[in-house]
Structure formats: structure tokens, C-alpha cells
Design a protein around this ligand. Structure first.
Ligand code: ARG
Length: 300
């Protein structure tokens, strides 16, 4: 484990700050989402491509499947649509469907996986998009792991739709320019520097149209400054929040679905007026992922 910068210099918004939502605030409007997920029927930890993976430790695939169905059911109960991609027996990480592509306003930027063990996943995602009417599909030349390393904020004040993109472990920086051309949105590059937070979605989440939550210590000093400039009102997470996968979340602008052991983030989100929706996903943590990793958002 490498040393991460102390998060002490950042303040969490106290409940009585003007940034925190008043207790009497009207509920935040829900944005109905469309998601793509892939059940973990063939989930296993057979190789280690991130520091969370320990092939010598057993995995309970049945429990992973049960927890995955719980997540899917939570999303549909909240009113969202979940499409399902068929899992492949030779691809044990395919449950992490966020990595298969990145979609903004109908345009799909395909993935190209960094490690050979996952490379074939990209073709299954591409086939799904093409079979389901997403014809504006861009095949990438550069290595990128889809929504694992890209986040979208549709309405940043003074900027409009903005893509945030991580690099340093998986996605090549050349993919950021390629994504900007494919998706016609400004892409802001952020340098990930802590191997425990190897994908952007382990360290940063868009929690509404214009707000991010992130763990500063996962980023280079310069990227932290970029984030502070763009998002002065961001919800700041600490190392414990990030280690509990408290940033690996999906939000519909009101509900934030997240790992149930991320108790610090649950409290911070509630203090800011969001409704945290905890789910148990312990088995999928063994592969190095949680809620967001399992979900690709389809933006029409
Ligand atoms: N075992 C997978 C890998 O290392 C986990 C991927 C997690 N996905 C994510 N979007 N962070 O590639």
C-alpha cells in the first residue's frame, strides 16, 4: 500500500453549514435512469489485476449472484430500467459492466481493456449496443476502461455537459482526447496516483447534474487543484470512505445507491440532502469493485 496524502486539510460540510441541505428542503427531483448490468454467474477471482484481488482466497459465486440481484431489484424499485448483458463463462470480471463503454447523449465510446484477461469483454458490449439500436458507436484506438474511468456531469454551471476522465492505471491519456472527439463534450483529465483507487469510479462520483463527491488523496496534487477549481462545493470523502467503496455509487439526483458498509459516506450524503440507499455487495469487493462498477449508465 502506498502512502496517500492526508485528507485532514479538507473539511467535510457540517450539517449546519449553508452548503448542507436544510432538514425541511423539498425532495430533490429524481432523474429516471437506464442502466446496463451483467450478472456474476461466472464471477471468480482467478488473476490479480488490482490490489483488491487475491486469487488464493475463495469466492462465493452464489452469494455474489444473490447480492447482484438485490442491487438490480433496488434500481428497478427506484423506477430505473435495467438492461441485462449475457455473462460469458470465460470472462469472470464481466460483472463489472461499467468498464464496457461510456455513453453520453446517444453516442457510445467503446472500451479497450488494459489487461488481456478482460479484453474480450469489449466485443460483447459492442455487440449489445449495436443490437439495441445504439448505432453511434465509436471503436477506440486507445486503451480505456469505459465508465470505470469516465464520469459525466450534464450541467456544470458556466460549462454545460462535462466529462471527467481518469488516467494513471488503466485508461491511456490518449483515450481522453479520443473520447472528446467521439462524444463532443469537454474532457477534463485527472491523474490517479493511488493503486487502490485504480479506476476513476473508485475515487470520484457524480452525485447530481453538477456535483461530484471525491477522495482528494487518490489524485495528483495538480488534479486535486483542478477539482477544487471546477467543483468548489464538492462533497469531500476521506480515505476510509474511499476504502469502503463509498464513492463507487450511482445517483439519480436524489437517491444514491452505495455499499452498506460505507457508513461515513451514508452520513455525509444524508447531511447534504441526498437519500442514501445502502446495498450489500461484499462478494464483489473481492474483485475490486462495488455498486458503480456493476452498472453502465445509458444516456440517450
Ligand atoms: N477486477 C476488475 C478489474 O480489475 C474490477 C473492475 C472494477 N470496475 C470498476 N468500474 N471500477 O478490472
Amino acid at each position: 500500500m502506498i502512502d496517500t496524502p492526508r485528507a485532514g486539510q479538507y473539511e467535510v460540510v457540517p450539517a449546519d453549514s449553508p452548503l448542507a441541505a436544510p432538514a425541511t428542503a423539498a425532495p430533490r427531483p429524481v432523474r429516471t435512469r437506464e442502466y446496463l448490468m451483467c450478472p456474476p454467474e461466472h464471477f471468480a477471482v482467478e488473476y490479480a489485476i488490482n490490489p483488491w484481488m487475491h486469487p488464493e482466497q475463495p469466492v462465493d459465486t452464489e452469494l455474489a449472484v444473490k447480492q447482484w440481484y438485490g442491487l438490480r431489484e433496488t434500481l428497478t424499485r427506484l423506477g430505473h430500467t435495467v438492461h441485462v448483458l449475457d455473462p460469458q463463462s470465460s470472462l469472470p470480471d464481466m460483472v463489472y459492466a461499467a468498464n464496457g463503454a461510456f455513453v453520453v447523449d446517444g453516442a457510445v465510446y467503446g472500451a479497450r481493456f488494459r489487461y488481456q484477461q478482460r479484453r474480450a469483454e469489449a466485443g460483447y458490449h459492442r455487440a449489445w449496443y449495436l443490437a439495441n439500436g445504439w448505432s453511434d458507436f465509436h471503436i477506440p484506438e486507445h486503451t480505456n476502461e469505459g465508465e470505470g474511468d469516465f464520469a459525466y456531469l450534464p450541467a456544470v454551471p458556466g460549462m454545460g455537459g462535462v466529462v471527467l476522465a481518469g488516467y494513471g492505471f488503466r485508461t491511456a491519456i490518449g483515450a481522453h482526447a479520443e473520447a472528446q472527439e467521439a462524444l463532443a463534450r469537454p474532457v477534463v483529465s485527472l491523474h490517479l496516483t493511488d493503486p487502490r483507487f485504480y479506476h476513476l469510479d473508485t475515487a470520484l462520483a457524480s452525485i447530481d447534474d453538477a456535483t461530484v463527491a471525491y477522495y482528494p488523496g487518490a489524485f495528483s496534487a495538480a488534479s486535486q487543484r483542478v477539482l477544487r477549481q471546477l467543483f468548489p462545493d464538492a462533497l469531500l470523502a476521506d480515505e476510509a470512505d474511499a476504502l469502503a467503496f463509498g464513492l463507487n455509487v450511482v445517483s439519480d439526483n436524489r437517491h444514491v445507491v452505495l455499499n452498506s458498509t460505507a457508513t461515513g459516506m451514508i452520513a455525509k450524503l444524508a447531511a447534504r440532502g441526498y437519500e442514501p440507499v445502502p446495498v450489500e455487495l461484499t462478494e464483489l469487493h473481492r474483485g475490486g469493485g462495488s455498486v458503480k462498477c456493476c452498472i453502465a449508465e445509458l444516456r440517450r
